[in-house]
Design a protein around this ligand. Structure first.
Ligand code: GLU
Length: 294
């Protein structure tokens, strides 16, 4: 059997925090225990928020954590033509449409709908599903936007995509953390309909996280995706895209998250838990490991 390949795929759009350290160290531990490889991938598709300074800081954090870096590191911003090509394949299948509503317009529509007593569906992350341009904009306004340089997103028509991949899509979620790094896998039904018409690209960016992650996991031969529990539900979307694009299916395992004192997910904007400020403040690796329960 070929050796397992793990990856840690941070986005340098802020400073890494102790939750990222848990994810990186769990991946290294699994790769070492199973005599596999450990790859780092820079997920920097958001060119406005990902800066060279933040990326350099991220590599300082990774060096401090003692991660074995397998070169060359894949940087997503260098692969835009590949994402564009995948998007075109989906477009040729008739699964992509341009969507012109701004975030503020979606918010207002959903607010008005809910104020009138009708609930509006939300995705597993709590974001409202896309209302559809024609439910919000007049025909002339929509036509004007289409004919002009107005911003838009490219969305997957989830209904059509699911009709194409068929029923019964699943993923393999491997066992619990602890000594048995990858215990027997459980088959989880992939229910991507809950996500609605996810964004796969924007006017000026030929990919979104969902599209880039499945392409790069395949490109890098990732066999085992070990990442935070916050991405558990997104795996349904990833399975749909893997099926549509004929990409291999990795095994998944979603690990616990390190939560803040308020019980919420850590944020990159919080300096108290950033690796940079903690290590500059004298935290040792042993203390960090204890703090994140490793
Ligand atoms: N880039 C993502 C993040 O920083 C991780 C993506 C993944 O592991 O699938 O949250």
């Amino acid at each position: 059997m070929s050796k397992p390949v793990f990856r840690f795929a941070p986005s340098p759009n802020g400073h890494l925090h102790i939750g990222h350290a848990l994810s990186a160290l769990l991946n290294v531990r699994a790769a070492v225990a199973l005599e596999g490889r450990f790859l780092v991938r820079v997920e920097d598709i958001d060119q406005a928020r990902c800066t060279p300074e933040l990326e350099a800081g991220m590599f300082e954090d990774l060096a401090w954590l003692g991660l074995p870096l397998d070169e060359p590191v894949l940087r997503q911003s260098e692969h835009f033509p590949d994402y564009r090509a995948a998007l075109e394949r989906l477009q040729d299948m008739g699964l992509i449409y341009s969507a012109y509503l701004s975030r503020a317009e979606i918010k207002r529509f959903v607010q008005d709908t809910e104020d009138s007593g009708k609930p509006w569906p939300r995705d597993p992350d709590g974001a409202p599903l896309y209302p559809g341009d024609t439910n919000v904009l007049s025909e002339s306004e929509l036509g004007k936007r289409m004919d002009s340089d107005a911003p838009f997103t490219l969305r997957l028509d989830m209904g059509k995509a699911l009709a194409r991949v068929g029923a019964g899509l699943t993923w393999q979620e491997a066992g619990s953390e602890g000594k048995a790094l990858f215990g027997p896998a459980e088959t989880v039904p992939a229910d991507a309909s809950r996500w609605g018409d996810v964004v796969l690209a924007r006017k000026d960016t030929p990919t979104s996280y969902h599209l880039a992650v499945v392409i790069d996991d395949a490109r890098q031969g990732i066999t085992d995706v070990l990442r935070g529990q916050d991405l558990y539900q997104a795996t349904s979307v990833h399975r749909v895209l893997q099926c549509l694009l004929d990409l291999p299916e990795p095994r998944y395992r979603h690990h616990r998250l390190v939560l803040g004192p308020d019980g919420r997910k850590l944020s990159k904007s919080n300096d108290d838990t950033s690796l940079k400020s903690l290590r500059e403040g004298g935290l040792t690796l042993t203390e960090l490991r204890r703090r994140i329960g490793l």
